[in-house]
Design a protein. Structure first.
Length: 161
């Protein structure tokens, strides 16, 4: 997948990008997440935007006060995304991004994002998903092996090691 840069964005999408960057700087993570999701729906190959989206989600998640009764419905959504992935991997990526908005370190969702991204032809997004998991558990051997295999597919032997 040729990764898109800011220069490759249309004028409208570049506007979303600049507004999202400003929102992150102002610590308005909800608005930034909304803008970045709109941007990535139209331009899924924009890896820098996806990385900023994940950072904004993680920061928002870490700074919000935890609710007393926090019941996650992510597992149900992951099952729906698994079914969608068989038909439309790109559609599954969007569904998984909604899950990760609330729980950016959700193990199943990130692993499914990796599978959907590879199936859709976006291995760099799969690498981002695995790196997100490694932020929480840096010594997870299963995830490290999967990351190494992805780097091997991209012929990036230094990172593979």
């Amino acid at each position: 997948m040729p990764v898109k840069t800011e220069k490759d964005l249309s004028d409208q999408l570049r506007g979303y990008w600049l507004k999202a960057v400003a929102a992150v700087e102002l610590r308005n993570f909800g608005y930034a997440i909304s803008l970045l999701q709109q941007l990535l729906r139209q331009e899924p190959e924009f890896l820098t935007g996806r990385q900023m989206l994940r950072r904004a989600e993680a920061t928002k998640n870490n700074t919000e006060k935890k609710r007393f009764f926090n019941i996650s419905t992510a597992s149900i959504s992951v099952i729906k995304a698994q079914r969608e992935m068989k038909k439309d991997p790109k559609g599954a990526i969007e569904m998984i991004e909604k899950i990760l908005e609330e729980e950016p370190y959700h193990q199943q969702a990130n692993l499914l994002l990796k599978e959907a991204a590879v199936a859709a032809g976006y291995p760099e997004i799969g690498i981002l998903a695995l790196q997100t998991l490694l932020e929480k558990k840096p010594k997870d051997l299963k995830v490290l092996h999967q990351l190494g295999r992805l780097y091997h597919q991209l012929e990036e032997s230094e990172k593979e090691v």
